[in-house]
Design a protein around this ligand. Structure first.
Ligand code: BV8
Ligand code: ZN
Length: 257
């Protein structure tokens, strides 16, 4: 599939001083990580992500929720960053300032070489105690397989004996303040904002590209499907991030590719 990058976008990136990437589950799709709203597969098909990604679900059935997150963490450990993660990391060596803001809880941006990634929704590899919030050090190596394929008892806190919960932000929970403020600041100051692989459904993250759009800076969406951002983006690059992002890098910085 040949990807055409609009010349105006190439020109904008040649002079950009500050580029922001807001990414969602779609940027990890080509690493084999199912997106958040993809039908929940296999063992989890009768649950919806929205149902399980809540403190309520953990209170009701901590072993089911811990088993789901450990299964996801194991998928990420077995996955590799894809060409989209790598292109985003490579762009950081071409532009004065790049901020990567992600809704994803995996570490694939970091493993592709991106630095200071802002995780708005937490991280799978940062669990903490549900009761006293003390961080919990995970055992090295791949997590246990959930027993019977689904349930796994969460570890307990060595300070208060409370149950350890996944290090993610659940629905109804506040986003981490420092990351949120840094993300707003970056979107308020950027010359170009890319929204890559997100359905633009979850708030308040979905509002970030609008901070750039209302300043009339260049907003670029990379997604095979339409989202509510379509009408606010100056460029809608329709397709897979793993195809479009490397093609964009080659079009803008041919000498470096
Ligand atoms: C909050 C961590 C303040 C957990 C996540 C009504 C009722 C109830 C709540 C609300 C409501 N209206 C608004 C809310 C608030 C709620 C919300 O937005 N709900 C939505 C569903 C309407 N938000 C919150 O609760 C947030 N907190 O508001 O706090 C507050 C506090 C107290 C009391 C009241 C308010 C917290 C939100 C964070 C939730 N946690 N994740 C976990 O991962 O398990 S969100 C979850 O969705 C993931 O992080 C995911 O990243 C994120 C967004 O989804 P996407 O990343 O976009 O993934 P998705 O599958 O949706 O889309 C993938 C996209 O990729 C698609 O567009 C697809 O086309 C594209 N794609 C596919 N393949 C590719 C591709 N693109 C490129 N290349 C490809 N190859
Ligand atoms: Zn504790």
């Amino acid at each position: 599939m040949t990807v055409t990058i609009p010349p105006e976008l190439i020109a904008a990136l040649h002079v950009a001083k500050k580029v922001v990437f807001l990414t969602g589950a779609g940027v990890s799709a080509e690493s084999g990580i199912p997106t958040f709203r993809d039908a929940m597969t296999g063992l989890w098909e009768r649950y919806s992500a929205e149902q399980l990604a809540t403190a309520d679900a953990f209170t009701r059935d901590r072993e089911l929720v811990w088993g789901w997150y450990e299964w996801r963490r194991m998928q990420v450990m077995k996955a590799e960053p894809n060409a989209a993660h790598r292109a985003i990391a490579a762009i950081a060596s071409q532009v004065a300032s790049v901020d990567v803001i992600t809704q994803n809880v995996d570490d694939l941006h970091e493993r592709a070489g991106s630095h200071n990634v802002l995780h708005l929704h937490g991280q799978l590899n940062r669990p903490f105690c549900f009761a006293c919030r003390q961080p919990h050090a995970l055992q090295p190596g791949t997590p246990d397989e959930p027993e019977g394929g689904r349930r796994l008892a969460p570890p307990q806190c060595n300070r208060c004996n409370g149950y350890i919960r996944p290090g993610v932000v659940w629905f109804g929970e506040m986003l981490p303040e420092a990351e949120w403020n840094a993300a707003v600041e970056a979107c308020d100051a950027c010359d170009v904002l890319f929204s890559v692989g997100t359905s633009s459904l979850v708030q308040p993250a979905a509002g970030l590209p609008l901070l750039a759009a209302r300043r009339r800076v260049t907003v670029v969406q990379v997604n095979p499907n339409s989202t509510s951002l379509d009408s606010h983006a100056r460029f809608n690059l329709v397709g897979a991030a793993g195809v479009i992002m490397p093609a964009l890098f080659d079009a803008v910085w041919p000498a470096s590719s």
